[in-house]
Design a protein around this ligand. Structure first.
Ligand SMILES: C[S@@+](CC[C@H](N)C(=O)[O-])C[C@H]1O[C@@H](n2cnc3c(N)ncnc32)[C@H](O)[C@@H]1O
Length: 354
């Protein structure tokens, strides 16, 4: 008799493979408190701690450089560490999306993108702390960051008591060729929350077609009571409109570097905020976050150091986005539809040798 696979008793307690057990959130919440306590006791030190913290410039009355109403949209022109310290909306921001300079010597308008490493880490901790103070109790913080600083950001947010919800990857396929190592084709999209249980979270607003539906036509996915054939996206993001913004991409804004695709912000904003909520981007760049937030009827604040960048971002916010997915039933499947197709007519065989 064939041996019966013993899997049943694992189903409840441990789904197996790489699925996260349901108790993991509790474990992470407990760990968040312990890591925070260890940091407060001085037991967790990072390189950037060797540099003293930024002293915010005392800003009496913070005035936006650009502003729109309905929904309230503000662009502040300054160092985000100073603006965050003086922000009237402290503790009320529902969602923060941050795509900082990576310290890669990129010519960003007026910002000098090449600090000694310890200073860059200190800069990073300072703006992260400003964001944490701005965040509402149910708010989320997303950080877009490449390999070389992801670990430090994760450690800093953990030692501040935030919980990681997802470590997503934005995957793109036009990395620059190099022979010395594998080609860079991703950036990390780190998703943290103050309160993992009560955070603002709208999975139904970002559903996409499942592979079961798109490729295999699996009847089980149509048997569900709701959202038939749909699922919450995976944590690796790619697909239509998800490529790097370069060349003749219609979203591309002249003179901006490292512009992020609109669909990336669309997913984050729909999933982690509601209409009327307040969204903030401390490194506005070409304005992607506020442009998408406004189109989705969210209030928003953008902070930008460069005057030219801020003006260009505001122009884009007024113009609106180019590529929102909306309710399009997209699929990120990487295989072709394998549904049974009508059999192809076979060519009649040429008569063989007699
Ligand atoms: C990586 S880009 C952001 C790109 C943006 N996500 C987009 O889609 O266009 C970083 C931006 O942050 C700005 N910046 C750098 N340091 C800053 C600071 N301390 N405060 C505010 N803005 C800053 C730079 O001028 C640049 O425009």
């Amino acid at each position: 008799m064939a041996e019966k696979k013993v899997t049943d008793h694992f189903v409840e307690v441990r789904p197996g493979g790489y699925a996260m057990p349901s108790g993991a959130t509790q474990v992470q919440r407990r760990a968040a408190g312990q890591i925070r306590a260890a940091a407060e006791a001085g037991d967790i030190r990072l390189f950037g701690d060797t540099v003293s913290a930024h002293e915010p410039i005392a800003t009496q009355s913070l005035k936006p450089a650009h502003q729109l109403n309905d929904p309230d949209t503000r662009v502040y022109l300054s160092d985000c560490r100073d603006v965050l310290a003086a922000l009237p909306d402290k503790g009320q921001v529902d969602l923060i999306f941050a795509d900082p300079p990576f310290n890669w010597d990129v010519p960003y308008d007026e910002w000098r993108d090449g600090m000694p490493r310890a200073e860059y880490e200190r800069f990073t901790f300072d703006w992260l702390d400003g964001c944490i103070n701005a965040l509402s109790p149910r708010g989320s913080l997303w950080v877009n960051i490449p390999d070389d600083t992801a670990a430090e950001i994760v450690m800093h947010l953990k030692r501040r008591g935030l919980t990681m919800i997802n470590w997503c990857i934005w995957h793109f396929r036009f990395g620059q060729h190099r022979h010395t190592s594998f080609i860079m084709s991703k950036v990390h999209a780190l998703y943290f929350a103050k309160d993992p249980v009560n955070r603002i979270w709208n999975p139904d607003a970002v559903l996409e077609q499942s592979d079961r539906a798109a490729i295999y036509n699996d009847p089980r996915t149509q048997a569900k009571d709701e959202n038939k054939g749909m699922r919450v996206p995976m944590d690796v993001w790619y697909g239509k409109y998800w490529g790097r913004i370069q060349g003749n991409n219609k979203e591309r804004r002249a003179l901006h570097h490292n512009q992020i695709p609109e669909v990336y912000l669309e997913r984050v904003i729909r999933a982690c905020s509601n209409e009327g909520d307040l969204v903030l981007d401390p490194f506005l760049g070409s304005g992607t976050t506020c442009t998408v937030a406004r189109a989705l009827n969210r209030r928003s604040i953008g902070i930008e150091f460069g005057k030219g960048n801020a003006a260009s971002a505001f122009e884009r916010i007024n113009a609106g986005p180019v590529h929102l997915i909306g309710d399009e039933k997209t699929s990120s499947a990487i295989f072709e539809d394998r549904r049974a197709k009508p059999p192809r007519k076979r060519k009649s065989k040429a008569p063989g040798p007699a």
